[in-house]
Design a binder for this molecule. Structure first.
Ligand SMILES: Cc1cc2nc3c(=O)[nH]c(=O)nc-3n(C[C@H](O)[C@H](O)[C@H](O)COP(=O)(O)O)c2cc1C
Length: 340
């Protein structure tokens, strides 16, 4: 099997693609590509590496890992939805020790940049995970999945309240190397995502990852029961892209310098460009990988082309470009008017 490489060659019939600076600056990291994987959609990169040279990607964001091994939710745990999918996998995984020995060791050996996603049921569990990672080498950043039920607070999801979101980030920050970039992964299922972003930044997050899945549900009209054994699940894929772009836009408007990793339904370079223009410094690709494992490399090349076509000479020039002021058009009478 041949791996898809990030291509600088023209597609048949296309003009050659001039080289531009496609590197991304995210939370103090200099990444050779702005395209990363999304947590839970490429496991720990091993299977994906058969299709894409994972060392060429911005980074692999690993499946959220908990302190102890987890078997995940009962089946069925996937459902197709219009322009998307619903999953209730739960945080199935080997637990942090096995993850470090088996998955992280492989990623480090392979030479891939790795962002480790962690998840917990209590603030204390997040702190313990961070302390465990502090002793571990080869990690570029920690992504903190706060879309988990707080077992100490009637199962309320940490990401849905500023106080609980901040408490988790504070614990992770306290137990981490002070130089370790920490990305707080936010949920769109809130009234005001800017308020949550502010809370996690004040608590010590270096940046934010936006967005996690939206809570959804499908009823099977034959059995006349919920389709998923877990009843509700996370909606992902193109259906959520406008919500994700809106979240990135709102956070960028409130925090002009905050590192933002954008995601939600990215299937093509044009989709990725939308996120970049809205304010994302880099993007993650999730659901698209399930039907096209070479998607992250293809999306890098398509984004490169889309930037060149619009006259950008680097990715960083395009970040937040949609926030610029109105275009001012010169007219003959010497007065400027604002284009409609
Ligand atoms: C099957 C599946 C598993 C996921 N597992 C995780 C996870 O473990 N941790 C996490 O933070 N997000 C998880 N996500 C959410 C994705 O990382 C991403 O935020 C979301 O799916 C939106 O991006 P997409 O539309 O490109 O998939 C998962 C998504 C899917 C589809």
């Amino acid at each position: 099997m041949t791996r898809a490489l990030i291509s600088h060659d023209p597609l048949p019939g296309d003009a050659p693609l001039p080289a531009i600076d496609m590197s991304a600056e995210l939370a103090g990291l200099r990444l050779p590509s702005p395209v990363l994987t999304a947590s839970g959609c490429a496991a720990a990169g091993r299977e994906l590496d058969q299709f894409v040279d994972i060392t060429e990607l911005g980074a692999i964001v690993t499946k959220s890992v908990k302190l102890n091994p987890q078997s995940g939710r009962p089946t069925p745990r996937m459902a197709e939805t219009p322009s998307g999918m619903l999953n209730s996998i739960g945080l199935q995984g080997p637990g942090i020790d096995r993850f470090i020995e088996h998955d992280l060791a492989w990623l480090v050996d392979r030479g891939a940049r790795t962002i480790v996603s962690i998840a917990g049921g209590s603030v204390d569990e997040y702190g313990k995970l961070a302390a465990r990672l502090r002793l571990t080498r080869g990690i570029s950043a920690i992504e903190v999945n706060i879309s988990c039920p707080n077992v100490e607070s009637r199962g309320q999801v940490f990401a849905c309240a500023p106080d609980s979101a901040a408490a988790v980030i504070q614990a992770v920050r306290r137990h981490s190397d002070p130089r370790m970039p920490i990305l707080a992964k936010l949920s769109p299922d809130v009234t005001d995502i800017v308020e949550i972003a502010g809370a996690v930044v004040r608590a010590g997050a270096t940046g934010v990852s936006v967005i996690n899945t939206l809570l959804g549900m499908v009823i099977d009209i034959d059995t006349m029961r919920p389709h998923l054994a877990g009843v509700t699940g996370g909606l992902s894929g193109p259906a959520i892209r406008p919500v994700a772009v809106r979240c990135v836009w709102q956070i960028r408007q409130a925090f002009p310098d905050l590192p933002i990793l954008g995601m939600g339904g990215i299937r093509s370079g044009r989709d990725a460009l939308e996120f970049v223009l809205a304010g994302a410094n880099a993007v993650s690709v999730g659901t698209a990988i399930f039907h096209d494992p070479s998607a992250p490399a293809r999306i890098h090349t398509e984004l490169h082309r889309a930037l060149v076509e619009r006259g950008f000479s680097s990715l960083s020039q395009a970040v937040s470009y949609a926030h610029r002021g109105p275009d001012v058009v010169e007219v003959d009478d010497g007065l400027d008017f604002i284009a409609e």
